[in-house]
Design a protein around this ligand. Structure first.
Ligand code: SAM
Length: 272
């Protein structure tokens, strides 16, 4: 089978750093990602950033339907060639960030899994957008920078734990499922990567005002080293007595910082 370098050169393609183009070509690794993602013949998959189609093909073999988004229209002839036998795969040559999520979900037609080797420059905006707004997503299985993967899956009261971790825990849970060394990519980036699986649980906190909770989370991490009481006073203009009373009513210690609270505790705090 033709290797990645020869495929790219036959199509006169040089990879663009600005689009986060670090491609995979190790078939065993790609197959492991799709297998760990748990994709079956009943699943619809959203892939963001199809590149030279290596992951897309693997997904096309396992899933019922694949919808891929690719910003770089130069890849069109290559992807048309590589995916010509895959009738269940549709590639949309658009910037996924500029699409309305409702339009993306309409194309998918029902519940779906996101499986992607994400362009690193938009990892956090993509994850936050799908976590906060997507209606039909069941899981996200995404390759990200290793340190970002550990941030997503971190426990409270650790250095990695941040507002995005709480955001993920409000809708589900994250687990690092595979480490991928930088040498597996063409070209090799400066950092190692990892695949993280975020399972979405729609029943979690079903009656919660998520926007209100997210405002409280943003407030608590606005000055990470400050105690929650000070951030509440600064951001929401509360008196010290009111800020302390909100914290105590939520069953928390007055000395806590944002990084010490679980998603459940943020919900309790917001309700108070
Ligand atoms: N899936 C391929 C693989 O695993 O080899 C390529 C992954 S590469 C890390 C990321 C891909 O995302 C690139 O092909 C890039 O052009 C594409 N991309 C970057 N920004 C995008 C955006 N906003 N919307 C859609 N695709 C994007």
């Amino acid at each position: 089978m033709e290797n990645l370098k020869s495929l790219l050169s036959r199509h006169n393609l040089t990879l663009k750093k600005a689009f986060g183009q670090n491609f995979l070509s190790d078939n065993a690794l790609l197959s492991e990602i799709v297998q760990k993602a748990g994709v079956t013949e009943n699943d619809t998959v959203l892939e963001i950033g199809c590149g030279a189609g290596a992951l897309t093909k693997e997904l096309g073999l396992k899933a019922k339907k694949v919808v891929g988004y690719e910003i770089d229209t130069r890849l069109k002839p290559l992807l048309n060639e590589v995916l010509s036998d895959y009738k269940n795969v549709e590639i949309v040559f658009e910037d996924v960030m500029k699409q309305r999520l409702s339009d993306v979900e309409k194309k998918l037609g029902g519940e779906y899994i996101m499986v992607a080797n994400l362009p690193y420059y938009i990892t956090t905006p993509i994850v936050m957008r799908f976590i906060e707004e997507a209606k039909n997503i069941k899981a996200m299985v995404i390759m990200v920078q290793e340190e970002v993967a550990y941030r997503f899956a971190s426990e409270k009261s650790t250095a990695d734990y941040g507002a995005i971790t709480v955001g993920i825990n409000l809708r589900g849970s994250a687990e690092v499922i595979l480490k991928v060394p930088r040498e597996k990519f063409t070209p090799a980036p400066n950092v190692d990567s990892a695949v993280v699986k975020i399972l979405i649980d729609k029943t979690k906190f079903s009656n919660v005002n998520f926007n209100a909770v997210r405002n409280v989370v943003r407030c608590a991490f606005s000055s990470r080293r400050k105690m929650l009481v000070n951030n509440l006073m600064n951001v929401f203009k509360l008196s010290r007595a009111d800020a302390e009373s909100v914290i105590t009513l939520a069953g928390l210690d007055l000395t806590v910082r944002g990084e010490n609270l679980s998603a459940e505790e943020y919900v309790a705090l917001t309700e108070n």
